[in-house]
Design a protein around this ligand. Structure first.
Ligand code: B12
Length: 425
């Protein structure tokens, strides 16, 4: 009996001391604060995904969140208006903007965008953009943007109580069932997750679809794809898709226990500082708090906590690195021609710093970037543009492995060969 009691006591001590029990709240709070701090960066465009995560969180700083909402309504609004006037697709950003407004319980009808002569409500524009996407899929089997944004569009309409046309939903269901959802040339967990939340929303809203059975099958396929993509360390896809995948599983009714391996994978990444990009935090924090974008449907902005305070910004002294590492940069153009550059860079430099050094040293290397919610996207190298309209992009890899971060976030600490390849998808 004494022995059994000892075992029980030892087990209890073990569980109490397990990492998922001890530092979960602390990690969530840290990420929450980092996300709030990111809204204070003066130059960057206010990020709607950050706003959604702040609003879905348990802890709030209502004054700062309201300031951020105002920035979205001015700066992001203007940015979307500019793109729309220039004839560009705005599905993803508009959908995130609508979800962000919804997360703050803002009246959606009070805001309009204009296209040509007419000025219409945001949801009317989103519906119109989704029609364009649908027609493009009918013609060429892919959206003008991508299935991640197409799903976001459906989700934003559905969460706002707008009926999504059965033709629009059918195109997503079909893409899921025919494995057409890719990131580059590999399976895109992020997009399957977003599709899962969008289709689940339609199911719960009782939205008429072309075929009920097909909708259920697509949801089952997504669930299965997400579950089968879970690795031994708990990641579903990679460290940047796991949060979205968990959100989708939660939305689709799966139980995601706080001590599950996937949750532990997120916490372990958070401890290591993997989530320093605000966009990455914004897609992870809701899952850590057992929340998904579907919660926005019934979100009420009442009796909210208002205890989240920012401590003084930590003073980070960046000491110049004493060690240099050799880097080779290879550029492979669309016609197969290649150029190689060699240089030594201070250990810890970002790839963006490396490319800037190369350009400044006038080795014949040039590059340009485009801003995105994730940071600078490499768009032109040595005068050659890899365009989304041509289904091409500059793929980044290091010693043959695809980078899992962009040029600003990826840090170089060891000798390596970076390959920048104009790739079709
Ligand atoms: C679609 C997509 C792509 C498409 C974009 C073109 C298209 N078809 O629309 C393609 C295939 C080109 C692509 C490329 C890359 N991608 Co990508 N992409 C996505 C995805 C699934 C959706 C993005 C989106 O539309 N968002 C919605 C709109 C509203 O936001 P947006 O900011 O305006 O969208 C633009 C940017 O996100 C940009 N973009 C896409 N990927 C990346 C990656 C980085 C690092 C940056 C800065 C920008 C960027 O393209 C979008 C359309 O214009 C996300 C998934 C996610 N969780 O966000 C991954 C994701 C953002 N991509 C990722 C990565 C790693 C890349 C690559 C670096 C891969 C590589 N090894 O080369 C490259 C970018 C290289 C470069 N030239 O700078 C990671 C980023 C993780 C991180 N911590 O930075 C994500 C999160 C996927 C993942 N889980 O790993 N991507």
């Amino acid at each position: 009996m004494k022995a059994i009691l000892l075992v029980v006591a030892a087990l209890a001590a073990l569980t109490a001391g397990s990492p998922c029990v001890t530092d979960h709240d602390e990690l969530v709070l840290r990420l929450n604060k980092e996300l709030l701090r990111s809204t204070e960066e003066p130059d960057s465009l206010p990020n709607p995904s950050v706003h959604i995560a702040l609003r879905l969180s348990t802890h709030h700083n209502l004054a700062k969140e309201s300031q951020h909402l105002n920035q979205l309504k001015t700066k992001l609004h203007e940015d979307i208006q500019k793109s729309l006037s220039g004839g560009q697709m705005v599905v993803g950003r508009l959908a995130l903007y609508i979800l962000a407004l919804k997360s703050s319980c803002h009246d959606l009808d009070s805001l309009t965008l204009s296209e040509g002569e007419s000025s219409d409500a945001l949801l009317t524009h989103l519906k119109r953009q989704m029609e364009k996407e649908k027609e493009h899929i009918a013609l060429s089997h892919r959206p003008l943007t991508n299935y991640y944004q197409y799903s976001l569009g459906i989700l934003a309409l559905c969460v706002s109580g707008v009926r999504v046309s059965s033709h629009v939903s059918h195109k997503l269901i079909h893409a899921v069932q025919h494995g057409q959802i890719k990131h580059g040339d590999s399976l895109c967990i992020d997009s399957y997750a977003m599709a899962g939340m969008a289709l689940q929303c339609l199911k719960e809203a009782g939205t008429p679809v072309r075929n009920e059975e097909e909708l259920s099958k697509a949801l089952a396929t997504i669930k299965q794809k997400l579950q089968h993509s879970q690795q031994a360390d708990g990641h579903i896809g990679n460290e940047f898709s796991t949060g979205l995948a968990l959100q989708a599983l939660l939305a689709m009714g799966s139980q995601v226990k706080e001590c599950s391996t996937s949750m532990e994978a997120l916490r372990s990444d958070a401890r290591k500082g993997t989530y320093h990009n605000a966009m990455a935090i914004s897609q992870t924090l809701p899952a850590l708090q057992q929340r998904s974008y579907l919660h926005l449907k019934s979100h009420e902005c009442r009796n909210e906590d208002d205890t989240l305070v920012l401590d003084a910004a930590p003073v980070v002294e960046v000491l110049p690195s004493l060690t240099n590492v050799p880097v080779r940069v290879e550029v492979l153009k669309a016609d197969g021609s290649s150029s190689e550059y060699r240089l030594d860079v201070p250990s810890g430099s970002s790839l963006l710093e490396v490319l800037t050094l190369l350009r400044d040293h006038q080795m014949g290397f040039t590059f340009e970037t485009e801003d995105s919610l994730w940071g600078p996207f490499l768009s032109r190298v040595n005068g050659e543009q890899a365009r989304q309209t041509d289904r091409r992009y500059w793929h980044l890899s290091s010693d043959g492995s695809g980078l899992r971060e962009g040029i600003k976030d990826y840090k170089i600490v060891t000798a390596q060969k970076i390959t920048i390849k104009n790739t079709g998808y």
